[in-house]
Design a binder for this molecule. Structure first.
Ligand code: GAL
Length: 895
């Protein structure tokens, strides 16, 4: 729901109505439209302990077996799931007694919290570090070596007016990691264990007029994930006040059908909730407006009105109403660059006798998607090849704490790369991220689980699967179902149940039934890295999401000495076995590299598993950026594309991954962050960026030469030169001498001159396309580093307290060329109304805490992330200094 959008036509409606009713339903203080949603991200106090010292737990689990005599609170938390469990017979009973805890100081208003930290949400308690650098730390490389574990308490006051209490008051938590339990005025009112869920608790009957004490307890196992999960109230928290007759939580669902150029039909479901103590008859009307792409606001012109419905809603119940309407000449939603992400907003009004009780907005898009087994994806009739990436939820140096600008910057960089699709691996993203993918025109596979009953780590979701999977799945889908960008639901990633034949498939069918029940319009899937065409698992899917198997796993000679599953390229076999299902590569490549780092010799093959003698260095924890080296089950991009091109029925791919992410630093678990990104953790482009761009933006004149040309110790040594380009022919020159003119053969995707001998100077490539000159590119041996240069992603930002600016520092020589090997230590400082919240350089092995103002350059670059202060405007000066180099200064305007 987008609160910015409130059409002027509402004004007139609000003036109608009977004051008696208004009193009865007490909506007068809820402002325009009868609904108030207020962020409560400020004024929190926070305290964390590594031990479970408060005597309570959600439930016993492997990391808590030693906690003695703890009070298990699970029975009081489970009923929070009930709204999302379809069969009332399976609802959890609300315990008739309060939990047996006495005198829990953390939840009492009298607690002296003066030594608790003051925090603003979204807050990730672990990102500040420090990183654990010892062997066998409590949180290892897999989870980013950051202190995510333990118990965190958050407290805040809520001031409520007497009038507010006549309506319903909800606490809406967008994301809290994890095992959340909520107390209001010393009463445990519920919670939600899964850290990626957005959920609502009804506070109404627990609040009093005046000040109320809110206390939230979170608890993270030290081994809850295969990546960095973050920790804390890491997404926004809201208070929603509504009248007692209102649209229920995520209570609208809009889908489009019969989509054509001149018309489309919209189907709408509205759930109306009555929390009053009498049965009511209400009118439900919904008007549709265009969203202006420039302003993000609703236009004045109503483009359609759903027929008004009058429905009875019994006290304490929810009632749904359906209606349909035709929209003439719809502006369709479709992905960039060939289509436009046009959006609409539906404004639903609940009223009685003309008196508006609630106004609820649903942003949606009108589009027709075909999942064609032979052609792939058709969006509004146009074939759109999926050029996708997988993304985890962290935002680099600022961690899991959601930030709109950080997310937008990622999408901007991905857009430049030519990405048109994102798989949200492997859990529900921030709500705002889907608003961005809607408005920026990306396709999305929305994914919820990395495991089901059978876990992958001791503390992951399998511990709570049986109690929570239905509630989590339905809750997630109801939250996200109106997003135009979402084209498919993924209810599992590489789940171990794939291995369990029929039994595993039975669970897949069961989950898929829930998916279909919640949304009959989009396909459901669960990614397969193991299940084969002749196994039952794939039959439970609407579309087939294949991880790695499409282009083969460990099937080429370079990988033959490795342990593990070995699979021939399976796209054709899947297509044959499932001729009626669309196939896509939900994870491909797992190529790994560190930006700007090159190692020799270079494999002569089209790809190789990284190891000590080939592409990797376990001492420096670096992987060569020739972009040929892979995780031991992976394939280089070149091989993935060959099998894509041989299998034109495949809808496309989602590369593992777009950006590096914190944790899972395959192959070096002493490091902090992954090597698989096309872009590094700081947001700097790896060389691989240009390889993907050469495929995904074929019309862009571009050529990128690797490696860099600063090799004082390699004079006369073989130093292969590869060029990533959209050209089909290229000639390479080293200091003016031709190294040969070559054409890209069928199924080759890079130009390689593997016999080049290094000599300092310049390397130039002249390229051609269709026989015509295309583009030239030159790289040079640089001089010594002499100064720093700073540039910013934006020079004007807003004083929201959330807006960010990203500053890139380059170490340059006297001609202004970036010195590709520079690793000078840079000291950042800032003056004015903004703060440096993180620095980074994209080096997965840099264990200097993100908050440090001192950062070594890595391959010539470093980054500082600056955040504004709420309500504080003015000029900000950012300075970067390094010993022996001329410093650089840049100004930022905060409006
Ligand atoms: C896949 C898995 C991803 C990630 C990747 C590492 O098997 O689904 O989550 O672990 O491997 O390269």
């Amino acid at each position: 729901m987008n609160l910015k959008i409130l059409p002027a036509v509402l004004q007139s409606l609000l003036l109608l109505g009977s004051s008696n009713l208004a009193e009865a339903l007490s909506v007068t203080n809820l402002g325009q439209g009868g609904r108030q949603r207020t962020g409560i991200n400020s004024n929190w106090r926070f305290w964390r302990t590594e031990q479970n010292s408060d005597g309570i737990i959600y439930d016993y689990r492997p990391d808590l077996v030693d906690v003695e005599n703890a009070v298990v609170l699970k029975p009081w938390i489970l009923p929070s799931a009930n709204d999302f469990i379809k069969d009332p017979a399976n609802h959890y009973e609300v315990p008739s007694t309060s939990p047996p805890i006495s005198n829990l100081s953390f939840v009492q208003a009298s607690l002296d919290e003066s030594d608790w930290e003051k925090v603003t949400l979204p807050h990730d308690w672990a990102i500040a570090g420090p990183f654990y650098t010892e062997d066998d730390p409590i949180v290892g490389g897999g989870m980013g070596r950051l202190p995510v574990h333990g118990v965190g308490w958050y407290r805040r006051e809520l001031t409520i007016s007497k009038q507010d209490l006549d309506g319903s008051i909800y606490l809406d938590i967008d994301g809290s990691m994890s095992y959340t339990m909520v107390w209001v005025n010393e009463k445990l009112i519920g919670g939600w264990p899964y850290g990626y869920a957005s959920f609502r608790l009804d506070l109404t009957s627990h609040l009093k007029a005046g000040d109320n004490q809110l206390a939230i307890r979170l608890d993270n196992p030290p081994d809850s994930a295969r990546w960095y999960p973050g920790a804390g109230l890491y997404r926004s928290v809201w208070i929603t006040k509504v009248s007692k007759l209102h649209v229920g939580q995520w209570g609208t669902f809009i889908t489009s059908r019969d989509v054509a150029v001149d018309s489309a039909t919209l189907d709408l479901v509205v759930d109306v909730e009555n929390t009053s103590d009498s049965d009511r008859k209400v009118d439900v009307s919904t008007n549709v407006y265009e969203v202006d792409a420039q302003t993000g606001k609703a236009g004045k012109k109503r483009v359609a009105a759903f027929p008004k419905k009058s429905i009875e809603v019994a006290k304490g119940e929810k009632t749904s109403t359906n209606s349909s309407v035709e929209v003439k000449n719809p502006r369709l939603w479709g992905p960039l660059p060939t289509q436009a992400p046009n959006l609409y907003v539906a404004v639903t009004i609940i009223s009685i006798e003309g008196r508006v009780l609630d106004t609820y907005e649903t942003t949606f898009g009108i589009r027709a998607i075909t999942y064609d087994p032979d052609q792939g994806l058709l969006v509004n009739g146009e074939h759109v090849r999926i050029q996708g990436v997988n993304e985890h939820h962290d935002l680099g140096g600022i961690g899991a704490a959601f930030n709109l600008r950080a997310a937008e910057r990622k999408l901007e960089i991905l857009h430049e790369l030519g990405v048109n699709a994102i798989r949200m691996s492997h859990n529900p993203p921030a709500r705002e991220l889907l608003e961005l993918t809607d408005s920026m025109g990306f396709l999305v596979i929305d994914e919820i689980f990395d495991c089901w009953e059978l876990g992958k780590t001791d503390g992951d979701f399998h511990l709570i699967f049986s109690d929570w999977h239905e509630a989590d799945l339905r809750n997630f889908m109801r939250r996200d179902r109106n997003h135009a960008s979402v084209i498919a639901w993924s209810f599992g990633n590489e789940v171990t149940e794939q291995h369990n034949g029929e039994e595993g498939a039975v669970l897949a069918y069961r989950l898929h039934d829930m998916v279909r029940d919640e949304d009959p319009t989009r396909p459901g899937t669960s990614s397969m890295n193991y299940a084969k065409p002749d196994m039952p698992f794939g039959h439970a899917m609407d579309i087939l999401s294949i991880n790695y198997q499409g282009s083969g796993i460990r099937d080429t000679p370079n990988y033959s000495n490795l342990q593990g599953i070995r699979t021939q390229p399976l796209y054709p076999a899947f297509h044959e076995a499932f001729p009626d299902k669309m196939i896509l590569g939900s994870e491909t490549a797992s190529t790994i590299s560190t930006r700007g780092t090159f190692m020799f010799p270079v494999t002569v093959n089209s790809g190789a598993p990284v190891n000590e003698t080939s592409g990797g260095n376990s001492t420096t924890l670096q992987v060569s950026a020739y972009e040929l080296y892979t995780a031991n089950f992976g394939s280089p991009p070149d091989k993935v594309w060959m099998y894509d091109d041989k299998s034109p029925f495949v809808a496309g791919e989602f590369v593992w991954t777009g950006f590096d992410y914190i944790g899972e630093p395959t192959p070096y678990y002493d490091a902090r962050s992954s090597y698989s990104g096309i872009i590094d953790l700081a947001g700097f482009k790896k060389d691989r960026f240009y390889l993907y761009q050469s495929r995904w933006r074929p019309d862009l004149p571009m050529a990128h030469i690797i490696p860099h040309w600063n090799w004082p110790n390699r004079v006369g040594d073989i130093t292969p030169v590869h060029v990533f380009s959209t050209a089909d022919e290229a000639e390479l020159f080293v200091n003016g001498e031709s190294q040969g003119r070559i054409q890209k053969d069928e199924f080759t995707y890079r130009f390689r001159w593997d016999e080049v001998k290094y000599e300092p100077g310049n390397v130039k490539v002249k390229t051609y396309k269709n026989g015509k000159k295309w583009i030239e590119e030159t790289i040079r041996t640089t001089g010594a580093a002499t100064k720093l240069r700073v540039t910013a992603d934006r020079t004007t930002v807003d004083s929201t307290g959330e807006d960010l600016a990203y500053f890139t520092v380059e170490v340059i020589d006297k001609k202004g060329i970036v010195v590709p090997t520079a690793d000078n230590t840079i000291q950042f400082s800032v003056s004015g109304p903004a703060d440096i919240v993180a620095t980074d350089n994209g080096n997965p092995a840099d264990m200097n805490a993100f908050g440090s103002l001192e950062r070594k350059a890595f391959s010539g670059l470093a980054l500082a992330i600056v955040r504004t202060r709420e309500g504080k405007t003015g000029n900000v000066i950012i300075k970067a200094e390094a010993d022996g180099l001329q410093a650089a200064v840049i100004h930022l305007r905060v409006n």
